[in-house]
Design a protein. Structure first.
Length: 210
């Protein structure tokens, strides 16, 4: 399983080039941090890896990537649904019996130190708990490629350490994990770093310019 990026460049209408000349390989078991200042294109790069958007230049190729999980920076959910429901219902939708889905969902919640919150509605969770819940939901579906946008931005140090540990375990489970982050601890927990400052086109560069 691999995601191959060659000659990647991207910009938006009316803006300069965010990044250019990006070559990278992402293999199963990889845990990769994408870093750079705000506005450098970290979230944009995730969307290109997911193939939600097409790059202005270059290519993103998948080999045996069957499912993509995405965890956004801001948690979202159904206010009255419990934490357990948020993780179990996508598994039920994939065909698991509810009892088995609940069992698997509970194990995933425990992995993120959310077992005690399983029966609480999403609307009663803190921002940090909601963020961990979105990670748990994505992890439970066992994606080939997991893209995570600023996973520790709303977390205290203890919760952030839990998230960083679990992402490392996921990579060892053969998932490709790519994390956009400003957090130096999350960056250091990853095995490889792509710093978009190394691929900046420079101020005032016209889109598409060599």
């Amino acid at each position: 399983m691999r995601v191959t990026v060659r000659g990647l460049a991207h910009w938006f209408a009316g803006t300069g080039t965010l990044f250019s000349g990006l070559d990278a390989d992402f293999d199963e078991g990889d845990l990769v941090a994408v870093t750079g200042p705000s506005g450098s294109g970290k979230s944009t790069l995730l969307s290109l890896l997911a193939r939600w958007d097409r790059p202005r230049q270059g290519s993103v190729e998948w080999d045996r990537v069957e499912a993509v999980g995405w965890v956004f920076q801001n948690p979202y959910g159904t206010a009255r649904r419990t934490a357990l429901d948020h993780v179990a219902l996508p598994l039920v939708a994939k065909g698991l019996p509810r009892g088995e889905a609940d069992e698997r969902a509970m194990a995933t919640l425990d992995r993120f130190a959310l077992g005690a919150a399983a029966a609480r509605p999403f609307g009663a969770l803190s921002g940090g708990e909601g963020q961990r819940l979105m990670l748990a939901r994505a992890v439970a579906k066992a994606p080939s490629l997991l893209l995570v946008d600023e996973p520790t931005a709303q977390l205290d140090p203890k919760a952030a350490a839990t998230v960083n540990r679990v992402m490392g375990e996921l990579a060892m489970d053969r998932t490709i994990v790519v994390v956009a982050t400003h957090d130096p601890d999350t960056r250091d927990a990853c095995r490889r770093v792509i710093d978009l400052r190394d691929h900046a086109a420079g101020p005032g560069t016209e889109p598409g310019a060599p």
